[in-house]
Design a protein around this ligand. Sequence first.
Ligand code: FE2
Length: 292
Amino acid sequence: MTDGVAGVLDNEQRQHFEQHGYVVLGGFVPDDLLDDLRTRIDEMVVGYANGGLPDGAASVFSTTEQTHAQDDWFLTSADVIRPFFEDGAFAPDGDGVSHQVVPMDQALNKLGHAMHDLDPVFDRFSRSPSMAGLAADLGFVDPLLLQSMVIFKPPRIGGEVICHCDHSFLWTEPQTVVGFWFALDDATINNGCMWAIPGGQTGGARTRFRREGAGTTTDVLDPTPYDMDALVPLEVEAGTCIAFHGCLPHWSGPNTSDQPRLAYTLHLIDGTAHYSADNWLQRSPDLPLRGF
Ligand code: FE2
């Protein structure tokens, strides 16, 4: 629980979140902490590059046809730290054995999804007092840290993330999920910053992504397409936190620049709400969700 946690947002920021569905908090991450996070990510990437890839990674990502194996890789990643790769990062050689065909710093799409529980640097960052204060300011009663990701979006390679809202993927009744998105590099239109539809959170989720059988399915709740012309770019400096409502439609374009666009995201739900048993993200009893 967050009783007694110091506030982070002023009234104007609180109102901006209420009205527009997000708030941009420049300078949220101090420079020294930013360096710690970048250094830790670099260590992990170097570790993967030096033969430290988890078993099976190459075969899972060797072709785009292996959707079942890739589904499994994703669906069992709630309580581990696991790399996900860009398309084409691996290819079979003449003997059919998969090999990585691009350097690791161009191959990684993201890491997920329990950085905040399993990595000491990300644990400390994700459970800092300012994070708890932000959650309290946004109305969390029993905040639970559900999901974390490092998103690489490499120069010239990182692709578009289609317009969506996060409640579609992390469903609670009532809706409670909130995302915290941290720029670890300056994020611009050219390197694929986040865009959002201000006020779009009031429309609720238009789809629901969930488990079905051994795989997943997407229910269409409202077939109306998002108004892409209503998206506004959220260009921010490294160290900025964008806190956004789980129903806020957001999108990011490809990184067409030579600049990296590294980001860390953390998603919170409220323990007072019901977490759906068919959400893709299911923790094992060995690693229950925790708060701050
Ligand atoms: Fe998202």
